[in-house]
Design a protein around this ligand. Structure first.
Ligand SMILES: Cc1cc2nc3c(=O)[nH]c(=O)nc-3n(C[C@H](O)[C@H](O)[C@H](O)COP(=O)(O)OP(=O)(O)OC[C@H]3O[C@@H](n4cnc5c(N)ncnc54)[C@H](O)[C@@H]3O)c2cc1C
Length: 480
């Protein structure tokens, strides 16, 4: 039910998961939202997406009907060794701890459910509207086709390559290449069910992560087991050698790269058909998210793209929407100005999302350690049960509660500091430091050695393929 007494005219630039979640949050509060997007039609590229409890609780509250989405539910997180598949750590995701489920869905299903919902609320969602000019003072945008849109507030949810961001921060703020790539793979669930060694990946839904040198593979079922989704997160060993952000991958190169991994991984690679490889970028903390005049604000990947290693990018965008909704409510409730509301949104959201982003960077190292004394220390710490020094973020209940238990519409909840050690501290920090210190050495597992290793791997792949790599440019970059 609309609850605001001062409805605003809001223009949202970007109809990705962030923009649509925002329209859902603010539209259900009585604001008049319009969404414009450069894309000719709507739909999400990519494969599966995890909707953790900090996001599912918000989307459900705003009226998204998950009953209409074919989904799976993750009950636990299972970390395995890369070569023999032995368990490193199992973490239960107890729904009652957070009062909200951990869903596993196809992102196209989530996107179309959100789109349908906001359109049913009367929110116009207009394709082919590429913004080419912002006039923040006059709260106006101009699109490539010459059309103009004005509003009380511009919400720029235009993704990692945001053109609003540099205008708003006054800096270039280009995304950083993290040195990692993600392969996004879907396999029909029935193929796994037909193999007794793989069938439990479908029948006992959970998130499984094989952790090994230079890579980890995350797998989970979606669409109630119709599909098994795999995200291969790996050091870029020349898989994306040029400027492209997305390229096609081949089954042969995948099998070659993971030929010495656990037999389950090898089988999954064999079952994988066509897939795409995505360059992974992120961004350092921005100086600001809103403009001086209090007329425009950034949201989602436009202000905090991150590595997908905590499965939090879209979830943090939903949190942004929730906090923005709560701050804007104070305009009528407590007489604050729109500018003050935007500043409070930024003040609350920036530290929390920066902490999450930094943890995704530590996981880039922690989940990719080659067999070594450091890896044995990591494994021992993982095996040590639920404790603060667990090197994986989820390995301590207090941290899980901080992340999944947050209700981002409750401003005290958003402001709650992370319990225990920060992202650069403890064993996790030591691992990152050691990785950094090895730069230029011959340890062989951080970015410095990519060129050297790339040569070997590419040569190996060429031998398997009997050809020259076989990648082709796929299309424009999107973080989806
Ligand atoms: C491999 C991988 C796995 C992931 N897994 C998860 C996960 O499990 N859970 C999770 O929560 N997150 C996950 N993420 C992160 C998540 O996908 C992103 O954080 C999220 O999709 C960002 O949404 P967004 O709406 O902010 O940006 P985008 O999805 O990039 O949307 C931006 C929109 O703006 C439009 N646009 C851009 N420029 C203009 C312009 N000038 N004019 C008009 N429109 C414009 C674009 O067309 C696009 O539709 C993952 C990411 C990757 C890469």
């Amino acid at each position: 039910m609309p609850s605001t007494t001062t409805p605003l005219n809001i223009l949202i630039i970007g109809a990705g998961l962030g923009g649509l979640s925002t329209a859902l949050a603010l539209g259900s509060d009585g604001h008049k939202c319009t969404i414009i997007d450069a894309a000719p039609s709507f739909g999400e590229a990519g494969a599966g997406i995890r909707i953790p409890p900090n996001s599912s609780r918000l989307l459900m509250r705003w009226g998204l009907d998950f009953e209409k989405i074919k989904k799976s539910k993750s009950e636990r997180y299972h970390f395995l060794r890369w070569d023999d598949g032995n368990t490193l750590l199992e973490i239960p995701f107890v729904g009652k701890d957070y009062d909200a489920p951990y869903y596993l869905v196809h992102r196209a299903d989530l996107h179309s459910a959100l789109l349908e919902k906001v359109e049913s609320m009367g929110v116009p969602v207009l394709p082919r509207k590429k913004v080419v000019e912002y006039d923040f003072d006059n709260k106006n945008v101009t699109c490539e086709d010459g059309t103009n849109y004005s509003a009380d507030l511009l919400i720029c949810a235009d993704g990692i390559k945001s053109i609003a961001r540099p205008l708003l921060t006054g800096k270039e703020d280009n995304p950083r290449d993290t040195g990692d790539v993600a392969y996004r793979i879907l396999i029909p669930g029935e193929k796994l069910l037909a193999d007794p060694e793989l069938s439990e990946l479908i029948t006992k839904p959970c998130t499984t992560s094989w952790c090994g040198p230079d890579a980890h593979l995350v797998g989970y079922p979606i669409r109630d087991g119709e599909l098994y989704n795999i995200v291969v997160c790996a050091t870029n060993l020349s898989e994306l050698p040029g400027e492209e952000w997305i390229v096609k991958g081949s089954n042969e190169e995948l099998c070659a790269r993971f030929a010495s991994w656990d037999t389950k991984v090898q089988k999954l690679c064999k079952l994988s058909e066509g897939f795409l490889k995505w360059r992974l970028g992120d961004l350092q903390e921005l100086t600001r998210w809103s403009n001086d005049a209090g007329t425009a604000v950034l949201l989602g990947d436009s202000c905090h793209p991150m590595l997908p290693y905590l499965a939090q990018g879209a979830a943090q965008a939903a949190e942004d929407a929730a906090t923005l909704r709560a701050c804007i409510r104070k305009i009528s409730g407590q007489g604050v100005t729109l500018k003050e509301a935007l500043l409070e949104y930024e003040r609350l959201r920036k530290p929390r999302v920066t902490t999450v982003t930094k943890f995704t960077r530590t996981h880039q190292h922690i989940l990719h350690i080659p067999d070594s004394s450091l890896q044995r220390r990591r494994d021992a710490a993982m095996a040590g049960g639920d404790h603060e020094d667990s090197p994986v973020f989820w390995g301590w209940r207090e941290r899980r509660l901080w992340l999944f238990g947050c209700d981002a519409e409750n401003l005290e909840s958003v402001a709650k500091p992370l319990p225990g050690k920060g992202p650069g501290e403890g064993l996790a920090g030591e691992v990152v430091e050691e990785a950094e210190a090895e730069k230029g050495g011959d340890g062989g597992w951080v970015v410095r050695n990519v060129q050297e290793k790339a040569g070997e791997v590419v040569q190996g792949v060429k031998e398997v393929l009997g050809l020259n790599g076989g990648m082709e440019k796929e299309g424009p970059y999107s973080a989806a």
